[in-house]
Design a protein around this ligand. Structure first.
Ligand code: DGY
Length: 423
């Protein structure tokens, strides 16, 4: 297939999944607006329709709560094809939203959109829109500081596996054990009606997901109460690295806009994260790993999120060398980097969601970070593998790192967007 054909195919996916101001990840499996999906989708639109790119992010932030919280799903229109839908979340918000958040990639995306507007001499037309988004982005980042970092370490503590975006990563198995699933009740999953159950989380995992949603409902989605009493609290290596990076990009925008007070506040958030993130270094594994806040134990799992340290701008030569050694080892075991779980882990499964498959958006962040840190060969391999998967197999939700076969939904918006933004 030629580049032109692939470009046209990727644009056709975004156009077909466009619901007018927001884009669904996949019309059947995920028929609403998802938080970090939309941010990446904006990068795709920006390659041919700048206004539509900004609109995607603006629509998402139209669902922001008064306290700065930005939900992981916005249910702009109901759709019976997804479970758990708006009535299960019962957040009582307008528009109807879920009650948990997702990895904060939006500030980094908005900086990219802004840089692209400057490069095209279109910044005057977008300056007011940037100012308005800046206020919303900093409100969200403050929310993470105030509600998701109870010990003030500069990390992000996830209260639900869905918040991390890596829903069924084995990182959540042991921290998930205290979740009481005895009152979850009967429910009908819709995901396994659309997709092979072998590609999806298990029943036990779903029971835990729902028990945590029910816990949030019982707290009236009061995030202070949830942070205090939630039975699941994991300092997620992925969200922690992503927020650190996002704060660096937000600082760049603050400086550009002359927002000195906010810039000082963002600098303080960055300094706290830079000082505290070492808590997520696992000395035994020689890797960045998520850590259970309730027990203090490291997950010990090397996942694709472990490699986001480059994207976060953590220039630590010894730790970088250890992560590069893992990258080379893993790269010699699989055809396509970066599997979502270390292929030498006994729990590795090549097509099960976040227990093996390669995800284009994570690769995009890893590859970007490696390139910025000057690790050109590794950056080139990650990018090459990502694009090869799409060229050979189309725009799937994820891919087997072993044989490249598609996993999860097809015609997937964020994969198509990464093609357009990164090819
Ligand atoms: C799902 O329903 O599988 C989603 O990942 C939740 O965000």
């Amino acid at each position: 297939m030629t580049i032109e054909t692939l470009d046209a195919g990727a644009r056709a996916i975004l156009t077909a999944n466009d619901r007018g101001g927001y884009t669904v990840p996949n019309g059947r499996v995920y028929p609403f607006q998802w938080n970090w999906d939309s941010a990446f989708v904006a990068l795709g639109f920006d390659t041919w329709d700048r206004d539509r790119a900004w609109k995607e992010v603006e629509t998402l932030f139209n669902a922001q709560w008064d306290d700065g919280f930005l939900p992981h799903i916005v249910f702009w229109q109901d759709d019976p094809g997804y479970f758990p839908g708006p009535s299960v979340w019962a957040t009582g918000k307008t528009p109807v939203t879920s009650g948990i958040t997702q990895p904060p990639v939006a500030a980094t995306v908005v900086r990219k959109l802004w840089d692209s507007a400057i490069a095209a001499d279109a910044d005057d037309a977008y300056r007011l829109r940037l100012e308005s988004l800046f206020d919303k982005l900093i409100a969200w980042h403050r929310w993470f500081r105030d509600y998701r970092d109870p010990d003030g370490r500069g990390v992000v503590v996830a209260m639900h596996p869905w918040e991390t975006g890596r829903d069924n990563s084995p990182e959540w198995d042991i921290p998930g054990e205290p979740i009481d699933i005895s009152n979850v009740g009967e429910y009908v999953r819709r995901d396994t009606g659309h997709l092979d159950a072998k590609m999806r989380p298990t029943k036990l995992e779903y029971d835990r997901y729902l028990a945590l949603v029910q816990y949030g409902v019982a707290q009236g989605w009061d995030h202070a109460k949830i942070t205090a009493g939630n039975p699941f609290k994991v300092a997620d290596i992925g969200m922690s690295m992503i927020l650190l990076r996002a704060n660096r990009d937000l600082l760049h925008l603050a400086d550009y806009l002359g927002r000195d007070e906010e810039a000082a506040e963002i600098r303080a958030m960055i300094a706290t994260a830079e000082a505290g993130i070492d808590w997520l270094w696992d000395e035994e594994k020689h890797s960045w790993c998520s850590r259970d806040l309730l027990t203090g134990r490291s997950s010990g799992f090397i996942t694709s999120a472990s490699f986001l340290s480059f994207y976060a701008g953590l220039a630590d030569p010894a730790k970088d060398a250890a992560m590069l050694a893992h990258l080379h080892r893993i790269g010699s075991k699989v055809e396509y980097l970066m599997p979502s779980l270390d292929p030498e882990d006994p729990g590795f499964q090549m097509i099960r969601y976040w227990r093996g498959p390669v995800w284009a958006v994570v690769n995009y962040m890893i590859g970007t970070g490696l390139a910025e840190a000057g690790f050109d060969a590794e950056a080139a391999r990650v990018r090459h593998d990502t694009l090869a998967l799409m060229e050979r197999n189309g725009f799937y939700e994820a891919y087997s790192p072993v044989d490249g076969s598609g996993s999860g939904g097809d015609d997937f918006s964020w994969t198509a967007a990464i093609w357009l933004a990164w090819r």
